[in-house]
Write a protein that binds this ligand. Structure first.
Ligand code: NAP
Length: 232
Protein backbone atom coordinates (compact mmCIF):
# COMPACT_ATOMS: atom_id res chain seq x y z
CA UNK A 1 0.00 0.00 0.00
CA UNK A 2 1.34 3.49 -0.86
CA UNK A 3 2.16 5.85 2.03
CA UNK A 4 -0.87 7.89 3.11
CA UNK A 5 -0.35 11.37 1.74
CA UNK A 6 -3.38 13.56 2.05
CA UNK A 7 -6.96 13.60 3.30
CA UNK A 8 -9.82 13.79 0.82
CA UNK A 9 -13.53 14.37 1.49
CA UNK A 10 -15.95 13.00 -1.11
CA UNK A 11 -19.68 13.62 -1.12
CA UNK A 12 -22.17 11.18 -2.65
CA UNK A 13 -19.61 8.41 -2.18
CA UNK A 14 -21.91 5.38 -2.10
CA UNK A 15 -22.21 4.87 -5.87
CA UNK A 16 -21.18 6.13 -9.28
CA UNK A 17 -18.29 8.57 -9.59
CA UNK A 18 -18.12 9.17 -5.83
CA UNK A 19 -17.64 5.47 -5.05
CA UNK A 20 -14.93 5.20 -7.74
CA UNK A 21 -13.15 8.25 -6.29
CA UNK A 22 -13.06 6.45 -2.94
CA UNK A 23 -11.70 3.25 -4.53
CA UNK A 24 -8.94 5.02 -6.47
CA UNK A 25 -8.00 7.38 -3.66
CA UNK A 26 -7.65 4.54 -1.15
CA UNK A 27 -5.54 2.59 -3.66
CA UNK A 28 -3.31 5.66 -4.08
CA UNK A 29 -2.82 6.01 -0.32
CA UNK A 30 -5.10 8.91 0.48
CA UNK A 31 -6.96 9.01 3.76
CA UNK A 32 -10.59 9.18 2.62
CA UNK A 33 -13.60 10.66 4.38
CA UNK A 34 -16.52 9.37 2.33
CA UNK A 35 -19.96 10.82 2.89
CA UNK A 36 -23.35 9.50 1.86
CA UNK A 37 -26.99 9.88 2.82
CA UNK A 38 -27.50 6.32 4.11
CA UNK A 39 -24.26 4.78 5.42
CA UNK A 40 -26.23 1.73 6.63
CA UNK A 41 -27.06 0.88 3.01
CA UNK A 42 -23.60 1.68 1.60
CA UNK A 43 -22.33 -1.92 1.34
CA UNK A 44 -20.07 -1.32 -1.67
CA UNK A 45 -18.46 1.59 0.13
CA UNK A 46 -17.68 -0.42 3.26
CA UNK A 47 -16.21 -3.20 1.11
CA UNK A 48 -13.44 -0.71 0.23
CA UNK A 49 -12.46 -0.27 3.88
CA UNK A 50 -9.84 -3.05 3.64
CA UNK A 51 -7.85 -1.18 1.02
CA UNK A 52 -6.90 1.84 3.13
CA UNK A 53 -7.88 4.53 5.62
CA UNK A 54 -11.60 5.04 5.17
CA UNK A 55 -14.04 6.95 7.38
CA UNK A 56 -17.71 7.02 6.41
CA UNK A 57 -19.87 9.89 7.64
CA UNK A 58 -23.56 10.54 6.99
CA UNK A 59 -24.30 13.61 4.91
CA UNK A 60 -27.50 14.66 3.15
CA UNK A 61 -26.24 17.81 1.48
CA UNK A 62 -29.75 19.29 1.31
CA UNK A 63 -30.44 18.97 5.04
CA UNK A 64 -29.08 21.75 7.30
CA UNK A 65 -29.03 19.46 10.37
CA UNK A 66 -27.08 16.81 8.52
CA UNK A 67 -24.61 19.43 7.25
CA UNK A 68 -24.21 20.82 10.80
CA UNK A 69 -23.52 17.33 12.21
CA UNK A 70 -21.01 16.61 9.47
CA UNK A 71 -19.15 19.89 10.03
CA UNK A 72 -19.08 19.17 13.77
CA UNK A 73 -17.65 15.70 13.11
CA UNK A 74 -14.94 17.29 10.95
CA UNK A 75 -13.68 19.44 13.82
CA UNK A 76 -9.87 19.89 13.70
CA UNK A 77 -9.61 17.49 10.73
CA UNK A 78 -7.32 18.89 8.01
CA UNK A 79 -8.73 18.51 4.50
CA UNK A 80 -6.44 18.59 1.45
CA UNK A 81 -9.03 17.71 -1.17
CA UNK A 82 -12.79 18.29 -1.24
CA UNK A 83 -14.69 16.59 -4.06
CA UNK A 84 -18.17 18.09 -4.32
CA UNK A 85 -19.59 15.12 -6.17
CA UNK A 86 -23.14 14.58 -4.84
CA UNK A 87 -25.57 15.65 -7.51
CA UNK A 88 -28.96 14.94 -8.99
CA UNK A 89 -30.32 15.24 -12.51
CA UNK A 90 -34.01 14.93 -11.72
CA UNK A 91 -36.84 13.54 -13.80
CA UNK A 92 -37.26 14.70 -17.41
CA UNK A 93 -40.19 16.86 -16.17
CA UNK A 94 -38.10 19.98 -16.67
CA UNK A 95 -39.07 21.19 -20.11
CA UNK A 96 -40.97 24.07 -21.71
CA UNK A 97 -44.38 22.42 -21.28
CA UNK A 98 -43.69 20.35 -18.19
CA UNK A 99 -41.72 22.10 -15.45
CA UNK A 100 -41.96 21.24 -11.77
CA UNK A 101 -40.65 24.33 -10.01
CA UNK A 102 -40.01 22.41 -6.79
CA UNK A 103 -37.76 20.03 -8.67
CA UNK A 104 -35.86 23.01 -10.06
CA UNK A 105 -35.38 24.43 -6.57
CA UNK A 106 -34.23 21.01 -5.30
CA UNK A 107 -31.60 20.78 -8.04
CA UNK A 108 -30.35 24.28 -7.29
CA UNK A 109 -30.03 23.38 -3.60
CA UNK A 110 -28.19 20.08 -4.20
CA UNK A 111 -26.11 20.89 -7.29
CA UNK A 112 -25.32 24.57 -6.74
CA UNK A 113 -25.84 25.75 -3.18
CA UNK A 114 -24.59 22.64 -1.33
CA UNK A 115 -21.13 22.74 -2.98
CA UNK A 116 -20.88 26.42 -1.96
CA UNK A 117 -21.98 25.67 1.58
CA UNK A 118 -19.69 22.67 2.07
CA UNK A 119 -16.71 24.49 0.62
CA UNK A 120 -17.20 27.55 2.79
CA UNK A 121 -17.97 25.59 5.95
CA UNK A 122 -14.90 23.40 5.44
CA UNK A 123 -12.63 26.42 4.95
CA UNK A 124 -11.12 26.08 8.46
CA UNK A 125 -10.22 22.45 7.57
CA UNK A 126 -8.90 23.37 4.12
CA UNK A 127 -6.77 26.13 5.66
CA UNK A 128 -4.94 23.44 7.68
CA UNK A 129 -3.64 21.91 4.44
CA UNK A 130 -0.40 22.83 2.66
CA UNK A 131 -2.08 22.44 -0.72
CA UNK A 132 -5.87 22.67 -0.48
CA UNK A 133 -7.92 21.80 -3.58
CA UNK A 134 -11.68 21.86 -4.12
CA UNK A 135 -13.37 20.46 -7.19
CA UNK A 136 -17.06 20.19 -8.05
CA UNK A 137 -18.59 17.87 -10.61
CA UNK A 138 -19.97 20.09 -13.32
CA UNK A 139 -21.53 19.05 -16.62
CA UNK A 140 -21.30 19.67 -20.34
CA UNK A 141 -25.06 20.27 -20.03
CA UNK A 142 -24.31 23.35 -17.93
CA UNK A 143 -21.82 24.82 -20.39
CA UNK A 144 -23.16 27.99 -22.02
CA UNK A 145 -21.91 26.76 -25.41
CA UNK A 146 -23.86 23.50 -25.13
CA UNK A 147 -26.81 23.53 -27.52
CA UNK A 148 -28.99 20.68 -26.25
CA UNK A 149 -32.68 21.01 -25.41
CA UNK A 150 -34.67 20.51 -22.20
CA UNK A 151 -33.36 19.66 -18.72
CA UNK A 152 -33.65 23.33 -17.76
CA UNK A 153 -33.27 22.65 -14.04
CA UNK A 154 -30.17 20.47 -14.35
CA UNK A 155 -28.50 22.65 -16.97
CA UNK A 156 -29.06 25.87 -15.03
CA UNK A 157 -27.94 24.30 -11.72
CA UNK A 158 -24.61 23.26 -13.26
CA UNK A 159 -24.14 26.57 -15.11
CA UNK A 160 -24.68 28.34 -11.78
CA UNK A 161 -22.30 25.90 -10.07
CA UNK A 162 -19.60 26.92 -12.55
CA UNK A 163 -20.03 30.58 -11.65
CA UNK A 164 -20.05 29.82 -7.92
CA UNK A 165 -16.82 27.80 -8.19
CA UNK A 166 -15.13 30.45 -10.34
CA UNK A 167 -16.06 33.18 -7.86
CA UNK A 168 -14.82 31.11 -4.90
CA UNK A 169 -11.56 30.56 -6.80
CA UNK A 170 -11.07 34.30 -7.22
CA UNK A 171 -11.88 35.04 -3.59
CA UNK A 172 -9.79 32.18 -2.15
CA UNK A 173 -6.71 32.61 -4.39
CA UNK A 174 -5.08 34.87 -1.80
CA UNK A 175 -5.24 31.94 0.63
CA UNK A 176 -3.80 29.58 -2.02
CA UNK A 177 -6.98 27.49 -2.02
CA UNK A 178 -7.52 26.02 -5.50
CA UNK A 179 -11.15 25.75 -6.67
CA UNK A 180 -12.31 24.34 -10.02
CA UNK A 181 -15.50 23.07 -11.62
CA UNK A 182 -14.59 19.84 -13.42
CA UNK A 183 -16.31 18.01 -16.25
CA UNK A 184 -16.18 14.24 -15.60
CA UNK A 185 -17.21 13.42 -19.18
CA UNK A 186 -20.35 11.46 -20.08
CA UNK A 187 -19.84 8.55 -17.71
CA UNK A 188 -21.44 5.10 -17.36
CA UNK A 189 -23.16 5.51 -13.98
CA UNK A 190 -26.81 5.37 -12.89
CA UNK A 191 -27.02 9.00 -13.99
CA UNK A 192 -25.03 8.74 -17.22
CA UNK A 193 -26.57 5.41 -18.31
CA UNK A 194 -25.01 2.39 -20.01
CA UNK A 195 -24.54 4.13 -23.39
CA UNK A 196 -22.34 6.88 -21.97
CA UNK A 197 -18.93 7.53 -23.56
CA UNK A 198 -16.55 6.47 -20.81
CA UNK A 199 -16.28 4.16 -17.80
CA UNK A 200 -16.16 5.47 -14.22
CA UNK A 201 -12.65 4.07 -14.01
CA UNK A 202 -11.45 6.18 -16.96
CA UNK A 203 -13.21 9.33 -15.78
CA UNK A 204 -11.92 9.12 -12.21
CA UNK A 205 -8.39 8.12 -13.30
CA UNK A 206 -8.30 11.34 -15.31
CA UNK A 207 -9.63 13.44 -12.42
CA UNK A 208 -7.13 11.82 -10.03
CA UNK A 209 -4.28 12.89 -12.34
CA UNK A 210 -5.85 16.34 -12.46
CA UNK A 211 -5.98 16.55 -8.66
CA UNK A 212 -2.36 15.41 -8.36
CA UNK A 213 -1.15 18.14 -10.73
CA UNK A 214 -3.63 20.96 -10.09
CA UNK A 215 -1.88 24.31 -9.64
CA UNK A 216 -2.98 27.67 -8.28
CA UNK A 217 -2.63 29.09 -11.82
CA UNK A 218 -5.43 26.75 -12.91
CA UNK A 219 -7.76 27.79 -10.08
CA UNK A 220 -11.07 29.08 -11.41
CA UNK A 221 -10.71 27.31 -14.75
CA UNK A 222 -13.43 25.01 -16.08
CA UNK A 223 -11.45 21.78 -16.55
CA UNK A 224 -12.19 18.41 -18.08
CA UNK A 225 -11.39 14.94 -16.70
CA UNK A 226 -8.39 14.77 -18.98
CA UNK A 227 -7.00 18.03 -17.69
CA UNK A 228 -7.81 20.38 -20.54
CA UNK A 229 -9.74 23.65 -20.26
CA UNK A 230 -13.37 23.59 -21.38
CA UNK A 231 -15.30 26.49 -22.88
CA UNK A 232 -17.67 27.98 -20.31
N1 NAP B 1 -22.49 10.45 -15.07
C1 NAP B 1 -22.30 11.45 -15.90
O1 NAP B 1 -22.24 11.26 -17.13
C2 NAP B 1 -22.10 12.84 -15.37
C3 NAP B 1 -21.83 13.84 -16.31
C4 NAP B 1 -21.62 15.15 -15.85
C5 NAP B 1 -21.69 15.42 -14.50
N2 NAP B 1 -21.97 14.43 -13.61
C6 NAP B 1 -22.03 14.80 -12.20
O2 NAP B 1 -21.17 13.96 -11.45
C7 NAP B 1 -21.70 13.78 -10.13
C8 NAP B 1 -21.83 12.30 -9.82
O3 NAP B 1 -22.66 11.72 -10.83
P1 NAP B 1 -22.91 10.15 -11.00
O4 NAP B 1 -23.00 9.91 -12.44
O5 NAP B 1 -21.99 9.38 -10.14
O6 NAP B 1 -24.40 10.10 -10.40
P2 NAP B 1 -25.18 8.94 -9.63
O7 NAP B 1 -24.65 7.62 -10.02
O8 NAP B 1 -26.61 9.24 -9.84
O9 NAP B 1 -24.78 9.22 -8.09
C9 NAP B 1 -25.17 10.41 -7.49
C10 NAP B 1 -24.63 10.44 -6.07
O10 NAP B 1 -25.03 11.68 -5.48
C11 NAP B 1 -25.69 11.38 -4.26
N3 NAP B 1 -26.67 12.39 -3.91
C12 NAP B 1 -27.71 12.85 -4.63
N4 NAP B 1 -28.41 13.77 -3.94
C13 NAP B 1 -27.80 13.86 -2.73
C14 NAP B 1 -28.06 14.62 -1.56
N5 NAP B 1 -29.11 15.46 -1.50
N6 NAP B 1 -27.23 14.49 -0.50
C15 NAP B 1 -26.18 13.65 -0.55
N7 NAP B 1 -25.88 12.89 -1.62
C16 NAP B 1 -26.70 12.99 -2.70
C17 NAP B 1 -26.34 10.03 -4.50
O11 NAP B 1 -26.71 9.45 -3.27
P3 NAP B 1 -27.97 8.42 -3.14
O12 NAP B 1 -27.46 7.08 -3.56
O13 NAP B 1 -28.33 8.51 -1.70
O14 NAP B 1 -29.03 8.92 -4.06
C18 NAP B 1 -25.20 9.33 -5.21
O15 NAP B 1 -24.23 8.91 -4.29
C19 NAP B 1 -23.03 14.52 -10.10
O16 NAP B 1 -22.84 15.81 -9.55
C20 NAP B 1 -23.40 14.64 -11.57
O17 NAP B 1 -24.23 15.75 -11.83
C21 NAP B 1 -22.19 13.13 -14.01
Amino acid sequence: MPTIKETAVITGANRGLGLEFVRQMLNSGYKVIATCRQPDDAEELYQLAGSGSLTVLPLEVDDPHSVDSFIKAMDEQPVDILVNNAGVMGAPAQDIDNMEVNLWLKLLRVNTIAPFELTTRLLPNLRMSDRPRVIAMSSQMGALNSNGEGFYAYRSSKAALNKVMQTLAIQLAKEHIIVCPVLPGWVQTDMGGKDADISVDESVKGMMRLLENLSLEQSGQFLTWHGTQHTW
